[in-house]
Write a protein that binds this ligand. Structure first.
Ligand code: ZN
Length: 189
C-alpha cells in the first residue's frame, strides 16, 4: 500500500509560486505562433483575477483584424476574452452645447469566442451610435466628409470580417475535406 503524504513540505527546494512579472509579460507580449485553427495565430494573453495570481496562456487570436494586446488588457477568465479591431469613429457636437457629443458613431470588428451565438463567435461589426444634434451648414459639411470616410472604412471592416469568416468556414467545407482526403491518400482519385 502506498501512502501519499499531502502535508506541505517547506524547504529551500520548494518551487516559488508562479507570478507574472511586468518584464516577463513585456518579453512575451510580442511573440506569436502558428495556430492549427484557420485564420488565427497563437498569441499570449494574461488571465487571472489579480496580478499576483495571473498567468500568461497562449490563445487563438484572429490577428487579421484583432489589434488588442491581450497581455496589456488582462481578463479574469478565458471566457471573458474578446477580439477587436481598432475602432473607426465619426463624431459631431451640437453648436448649442459643444461640451457634449451629439452624434457618436463608432465601429469595430469584433468576435467573442465564448458566445453561444455563432454570429457573435464569428467576426462581426459592432456599431455604437448616439443621437443626432444641431449642426451649422459648415459643421454638416465637415460631418458629411467624415461620414463618407466613416462609411467607407465601415465597408473595409465588413470585408475584413467576411474574409475572416470565409477563412474559418473554408476549413469546415466538405469539398475541402474530400480534396484533403485525396491528397492524403496519395493522389488516388
Ligand atoms: Zn485577439
Amino acid at each position: 500500500m502506498t501512502i501519499i503524504d499531502h502535508t506541505p513540505q517547506l524547504s529551500d527546494d520548494q518551487p516559488v509560486p508562479f507570478t507574472v512579472t511586468e518584464a516577463g509579460a513585456r518579453a512575451v507580449s510580442a511573440s506569436r505562433l502558428p495556430s492549427s485553427t484557420p485564420g488565427h495565430e497563437l498569441v499570449p494573453a494574461m488571465i487571472g483575477a489579480t496580478p499576483d495570481t495571473s498567468a500568461i496562456v497562449y490563445i487563438d487570436c484572429p490577428t487579421s483584424f484583432c489589434t488588442l494586446d491581450h497581455i496589456d488588457e488582462p481578463v479574469r477568465h478565458v471566457e471573458d476574452l474578446l477580439h477587436s479591431s481598432d475602432s473607426v469613429d465619426c463624431t459631431a457636437r451640437s453648436f448649442l452645447n459643444m461640451g457634449r457629443l451629439g452624434l457618436y458613431l463608432s465601429a469595430v470588428v469584433q468576435s467573442d469566442p465564448a458566445s453561444s451565438d455563432p454570429r457573435v463567435r464569428g467576426a462581426h461589426i459592432l456599431l455604437e451610435a448616439d443621437d443626432l444634434t444641431y449642426l451649422t451648414p459648415e459643421m454638416a459639411e465637415t460631418l458629411a466628409d467624415e461620414g463618407i470616410a466613416f462609411f467607407s472604412r465601415l465597408r473595409q471592416l465588413a470585408r475584413a470580417a467576411a474574409l475572416h469568416n470565409q477563412t474559418v468556414a473554408a476549413d469546415c467545407d466538405p469539398d475541402m475535406d474530400e480534396a484533403l482526403r485525396r491528397v492524403r491518400a496519395g493522389g488516388e482519385s
